[in-house]
Design a protein around this ligand. Structure first.
Ligand SMILES: [Zn+2]
Length: 121
């Protein structure tokens, strides 16, 4: 993928990240009270193992999404962005435009969801 395209996706992801940190931060604020100063560090910590667990315990949809966004940003840094994590094929750019944090190509996404359903049932 071209550098300019990657920069566009990074911008989208960073924007989404900021939104989600704000949302999750509000949840933390609500749960713990305004004197808790962990909120301002949340963005910095979002990729740490501790915070992943912490966010997991929040138990809402936002923290799951935040994890995906952080993972996508890490892939942008590491150079694996845009490749399906399951089959390794490039994810369609149209799909990435709608879901810049997508981990799988559309075919694998369906397969993974099917596997999750099977595992849950
Ligand atoms: Zn795939």
């Amino acid at each position: 993928m071209r550098k300019e395209r990657l920069a566009q996706f990074r911008k989208k992801l960073e924007e989404k990240h900021r939104q989600l940190v704000e949302e999750v931060g509000k949840t933390v604020l609500y749960a713990k009270g305004p004197e808790d100063d962990s909120i301002k560090d949340l963005g910095d910590q979002a990729s740490s193992a501790y915070n992943r667990e912490f966010l997991f315990e929040l138990g809402n949809g936002d923290r799951r999404l935040l994890k995906e966004v952080v993972a996508a940003l890490q892939k942008l840094d590491a150079g694996g962005f845009g490749a399906c994590e399951r089959c390794g094929e490039p994810i369609a750019e149209k799909r990435l435009e709608a879901l810049p944090f997508a981990r799988y190509c559309i075919g694998c996404q369906r397969a993974v969801e099917e596997e999750e359903r099977t595992a849950a049932g």
